[in-house]
Design a protein around this ligand. Structure first.
Ligand code: SF4
Length: 364
């Protein structure tokens, strides 16, 4: 998943670490009514009622620690907190954030299912900051639901797109365009992915966002697991759009860049199986390693993998070719220029005539 860049608040590449804990904090909807303990039942949103029932109030001081339900946000303002400037601050939200995504074309709601920051890949270009520990080992379903509910409500009301941190973005980018599983690890590899998918689908429908695409930004390593395949099929009925990583054409280059113990053949087989069931987007990050651009033979092999997916009955709707845009895990990784990316994109176009292929410049 080129997920990492999503977590920096402005996703000038779409991925590169799999998510985005840097959301610009979301303001409560301007029209939101008072929600204190004395507010009428009808004036309370469901999350506000949930928090009130837990002894909490929107904007009210948190209760004393003894007896506190640690699994819930302590205040509604922790779910819809005030704007903060620090680009890598998650605020009080633990899993749900928002970024401007250039490739998605607007404001993308991100869902990080890997707060522990572990991943079954170790991409040289990963932009997840692993110099600091993860925040927690698991995802608490009721907290995820409360965060999604609040953010979806803000999306539906227009408050999310109007959030001040997006004010400097072009007007056409200030609209909510998707919700994406894209965090600090591989979302489909998390045991709570199936439940998280169900919660997301329920809250998306509850907010009336039935047309909002649900993206899964993924490295495709575990699609073969029955529970993952079933979850993807479930999400097919709820706006699923798979964005899957393919960073190499050969096993050695895959080992060099993605540094995973998962066999490359497993990734390729999973990509093919997935693309036979639904149209997928392929995300590819090419960069310079120790000053060396990917060899021409590697580019040709990569294009051949794309062709093989199509010839095998898979459907690829979009190929995104990009490079490093955030500080990578390894200092020996540096971006390619757009002039270097364009021939790579051209190789994909030749392999997949008629398919949308785009190259995205880096920003380092
Ligand atoms: S190491 Fe994991 S989180 Fe980072 S870019 Fe690779 S797949 Fe994404």
């Amino acid at each position: 998943m080129n997920h990492c860049a999503r977590r920096t608040g402005r996703d000038d590449t779409p991925g590169g670490g799999c998510g985005g804990l840097t959301w610009g904090m979301i303001h409560a909807a301007p029209a939101r009514k008072a929600t204190g303990a004395g507010a009428p039942e009808s004036s309370l949103s469901a999350p506000a009622r949930e928090l009130r029932d837990a002894g909490l109030q929107m904007g009210a001081p948190a209760p004393a620690a003894p007896g506190e339900r640690a699994s819930l946000p302590r205040r509604m303002s922790d779910v819809l907190p005030a704007h903060r400037e620090h680009p890598r601050t998650l605020g009080a939200n633990r899993y749900v954030y928002a970024v401007i995504s250039r490739r998605a074309g607007g404001v993308s709601i991100g869902v990080n299912l890997s707060p522990h920051k572990a991943c079954n890949f170790d991409c040289t270009y990963c932009q997840v900051d692993r110099t600091t520990p993860g925040t927690e080992k698991t995802v608490v379903p009721e907290v995820l639901r409360a965060e999604l509910r609040a953010v979806f409500e803000a999306a539906a009301s227009g408050a999310l797109a109007a959030e001040p941190r997006f004010a400097t973005s072009p007007a056409e980018m200030r609209r909510v365009v998707d919700v994406a599983f894209s965090g600090d690890g591989e979302p489909t590899n998390e045991p709570w992915f199936p439940e998280a998918a169900r919660i997301l689908a329920e809250e998306r429908a509850r907010a009336g966002l039935r047309d909002l695409p649900v993206r899964v930004i993924t490295n495709a390593t575990v699609f073969h697991r029955p529970e993952v395949a079933e979850t993807l099929r479930f999400l097919d009925a709820h706006g699923l759009d798979v964005w899957a990583k393919l960073d190499a054409g050969t096993e050695p280059y895959y080992r060099l860049v993605d540094r995973s113990r998962v066999p490359f053949e497993r990734v390729l087989a999973n990509l093919l199986a997935c693309a036979r069931e639904r149209t997928v987007t392929i995300q590819t990050l090419f960069a310079r390693h120790h000053g060396e651009a990917p060899p021409a033979a590697e580019i040709a092999a990569w294009a051949g993998r794309l062709r093989a997916i199509r010839e095998g009955g898979g459907r690829i709707g979009w190929v995104q070719v990009h490079t490093v845009s955030r500080v990578p895990a390894e200092s020996f990784v540096t971006p390619l220029s757009l002039e270097e990316l364009e021939p790579i994109a051209a190789a994909a176009r030749e392999a997949l005539p008629g398919t949308r292929v785009a190259a995205y410049r880096g920003s380092l």
